[in-house]
Design a binder for this molecule. Sequence first.
Ligand code: ARG
Length: 457
Amino acid sequence: MKPWDGRFSEVTHDLVERFTASIHIDKRLYLYDIIGSIAHAEMLEKQGLISEEEKRKIVKALEEIKEEIEGGVFNFSEKLEDIHMHIEARLVEKIGEPGRKLHTGRSRNDQVSLDTRLFLRHELKQVEEELLELMRCIIRKAETEKDAIMPGFTHLQKAQIVPFSHYILSYYFMFKRDRERLKNALRAVDAMPLGSGALAGSTLPLDREYLRERLGFSRITENSMDTVSDRDFILDTLYAFSMIMIHLSRLCEDLIIFSSDEFSFFKLPERLLTGSSIMPHKRNPDVLELIRGKTSRVIGDLLSLLILFKGLSSTYNRDLQEDKEALFHALDITKASLSIMVLCIKEMQLNRKGMEDAIQSSYIEATEIAEYLVAKGMPFRDAHKTVGRMVKECERRGIKLKDLKIEELKSFCQLFEEDIYELMDPYKIITMRKTTGGASFREVEIQIEREKAYLDS
Ligand code: ARG
């Protein structure tokens, strides 16, 4: 039995049934399909399209179907294509005639949009919670390791000294922007599509405003033809997920590099690492590599849907059924990756000595020395050249900048005084930084306080 049996004289080919079925994927929407159907039935009754008695039977049976699915006794079959047809067929099986009235004024086209929106409204909040947990962990880490210092890198070359807290907060601010992206996606999701029908609405007196209120949306969608093929809210979601993954992936890349023996700035506990099947000495950061690897698949999900949409003719086309696999896949990876990163940040340990050694074995204070000369009146370009010559000389002699005696320094530039040696102290450099948002302990402290308040609000 198919809903379209009246028009068709032939039964569907087995291969077509299998090919068009999406139940193995969209059964995940069952709860939202039921919630949407209950609201729809209540609206139909309010509008006099079904009786009170019929509505009661429908609602009761839908609640039982929910129990059946959750209890694992519901029978899924490819013959019924998708979750919407499964639930409706079971409803009719259970209560007969009233069940056949449920689809009044509704199409699967607006129904699937509603289900996905309800699903995402729930899931986006879950992802946001996990993201907030990660942001809290970063703030806590920054706070407990407030006085640790490390080299900051550009081009993966030691560049300038920074507090570790400033470094790790740089990721916090990426995730904070991701939170805004999640909220944007949630705003796109938050529109009630039911009542759009197949593409043109209905001649029946449906009350869309009632449905909006009843289902807790802040607005109704505005154009029925747009509504049935609008998946912008899914793309906005996938973009937000892709950006979260990209930021996680960059953090993973850092953690992999900085926890290698070559750097040994950070260390992850063994319970977060994996071993090698052949090399007895290995401890590998596989979880970090997997987040980096899975990022490509989430970006792939976004791209596959962008491509899916580009050539679609107006309103619903069955291509749209492919949206859910990409969405669910990206969602699962993003959630799992966030919780793994929460663990990694919580449990990573700093090797302060490793970080300080890396600072000592470099000319990382060169920029601040050039600024010292600028503060004494030298044009920056000249200061740059002068300190460049000093570094070249030190490199030739195999010494550090702080090994240069005051007379030697003066031979490079008369502006050098004894106070220059203060600048050879990495902590001093950090405390001397003045810019808002710069790599100083003072700025980090201000930001930690401000962001704690933001996270608590
Ligand atoms: N399973 C379909 C989907 O996910 C539901 C909508 C079917 N609509 C249709 N006109 N065949 O898109």
